[in-house]
Design a protein around this ligand. Structure first.
Ligand code: GTP
Ligand code: MG
Length: 197
């Protein structure tokens, strides 16, 4: 696994105008609240608590930009579809995510996280289609693989793959708890970044 030499939180932003300027390539991690976005970032960066994790969903309210190896940004995006937010707040969160996905020129890859135990939600499908239509490469990452017994893995993955109409190589499996799949995902991130250098 390529080394994480440095990783630091450089900006927390709500809207496009507050995001880091410059042309560094960017990788976004999106998904519903509580799916494991912040945990995955900590696992990828081998940091215990760089990104804030909580048993309470909706913890990450701002987009957090992490500068990695002075080379690219990894972005922890607030979860969409969190039921406890007000309608207005949910609509605003979705609108901001949509603006970001459509207008952020340096976006090179979107990692869309889905919980391996559940079929993708309507919101997952909507945002998956939206990203696909932008032409930005997208990988779906099934999280919390440790929560499913080995013999049921294939069944869960096929539900996700069929719902989002994925080709096999578009679906990755991780566990931040068991650290599985993290190296492969990190290798993919580095390949994506280097492709654009
Ligand atoms: P928001 O910031 O609210 O959008 O959530 P998030 O997507 O960042 O999720 P977060 O990383 O905070 O994780 C939510 C909960 O799931 C926490 O209790 C984590 O400990 C747990 N969790 C995350 N990844 C895994 C995993 O791979 N396995 C298991 N068993 N639990 C996990
Ligand atoms: Mg989070």
């Amino acid at each position: 696994m390529g080394k994480v030499v440095s990783a630091e939180l450089v900006t927390s932003a709500l809207a496009l105008g507050q995001m880091p300027a410059g042309a560094l390539p960017e990788i976004a991690i999106i998904g519903r609240s509580n799916v494991g976005k912040s945990s995955l970032i900590n696992s990828l960066l081998q940091r215990r608590a760089l990104a804030r994790i909580s048993a309470q969903p909706g913890k990450t309210r701002l987009m957090n930009f992490y500068l990695i190896n002075e080379e690219f940004h990894l972005v922890d995006v607030p979860g969409y579809g969190y039921a406890k937010f007000s309608q207005t707040e949910r609509a605003a969160t979705r609108q901001r995510l949509q603006d970001y996905l459509l207008k952020r020129g340096q976006l090179r890859l979107v990692l869309q996280l889905v919980d391996i135990r559940h079929a993708p939600s309507t919101d997952d499908c909507i945002f998956h289609t939206l990203v696909r239509n932008t032409g930005i490469p997208v990988k779906v990452v099934a999280t919390k693989a440790d929560k499913v017994v080995r013999s049921r893995l294939a069944q869960h993955l096929s539900v996700i793959g069929e719902t989002l109409r994925l080709a096999p190589e578009e679906l990755l499996i991780t566990s931040s708890q068991g650290k599985s799949g993290i190296d492969l995902l990190w290798a993919h991130i580095l390949r994506t970044i280097r492709l654009h250098e």
